[in-house]
Design a protein around this ligand. Structure first.
Ligand code: TMP
Length: 229
């Protein structure tokens, strides 16, 4: 039976290793409101295209029909707002579908995934911003992600006073963007605290001009791109 156990292990391990040795990268983009996430995202998209890297570009909450419907509910200012618990479960429900329908299949096919926001946003907004228990978020993260984590997270960091000024000029504010400054100060502190503890984060000073931000992004992406095409 020891032999049986050994052969079972052998038949299982290559599958496990395949998942982890894929060269396709999972990149997430994070930041507060008005940090220039769209401009940076467009630039990263152009870098991937220039290197002929097959990729999927997607966002959270959203990225699937179910996820986009949940996004509308989350951002809507109509009616009674969701409780913090409801909000948390909705972002993770959208994420579960996103992993199932979009992210995992793309990575399995060797496509890179560039995702506007992921679970770090949940820690920052629902955890640090709204004050939801970080351990509970971690439990849901384990349940929903089954070990999946981004290979690289670019955090566009900006003083919320500057960021909200930019966001206000841009369009009508959604339910999150209507929060008070103190909320965004907590979100920023949450992001920075997480970034300081995990090397998958690269922090970009988003108060710089576009050229300087793009130079930072190019330098951050370079090591991945060299091994990627
Ligand atoms: P966006 O501004 O990147 O389009 O994201 C929409 C809003 O959703 C943004 O204000 C942050 C918020 N959000 C959360 O509160 N928790 C999450 O887990 C995610 C992904 C986004």
């Amino acid at each position: 039976s020891r032999l049986f156990a050994a052969s079972r292990r052998l038949s299982v391990e290559p599958e496990v290793m395949k998942k982890n040795s894929s060269s396709a990268k999972f990149i997430t983009l994070e930041g507060g409101e008005g940090a220039g996430k769209s401009t940076s995202r467009d630039f990263i998209v152009s870098l991937l295209s220039d290197h002929s890297i097959p990729f999927v570009h997607t966002r959270e909450p959203g990225g699937t029909p179910i996820g986009e419907t949940l996004r509308e509910l989350l951002l809507s200012k109509k009616g009674v707002p969701p409780s913090v618990t409801t909000e948390l479960l909705l972002v993770f429900a959208a994420r579960a579908q996103h992993l199932h329908e979009t992210i995992e299949p793309a990575l399995a096919e060797g496509k890179w995934v560039l995702c506007d926001r992921f679970t770090d946003a949940t820690y920052a907004y629902q955890g640090y911003g709204r004050g939801f228990d970080l351990n509970a978020i971690s439990t849901l993260e384990d349940l929903v992600q089954n070990g999946r984590q981004p290979d690289l997270t670019v955090l566009l960091d900006i003083d919320p006073v500057v960021g909200m000024e930019r966001a206000r000029l841009r369009a009508e504010l959604d339910r999150f963007e209507e929060e008070e400054l103190a909320f965004f100060e907590r979100v920023r502190a949450g992001y920075l605290s997480r970034a300081s503890k995990d090397s998958r984060f690269k922090v970009v000073d988003a108060s710089q001009n576009v050229t300087a931000v793009q130079a930072d992004l190019a330098a951050i992406l370079q090591p991945l791109l060299e091994g990627g095409g």
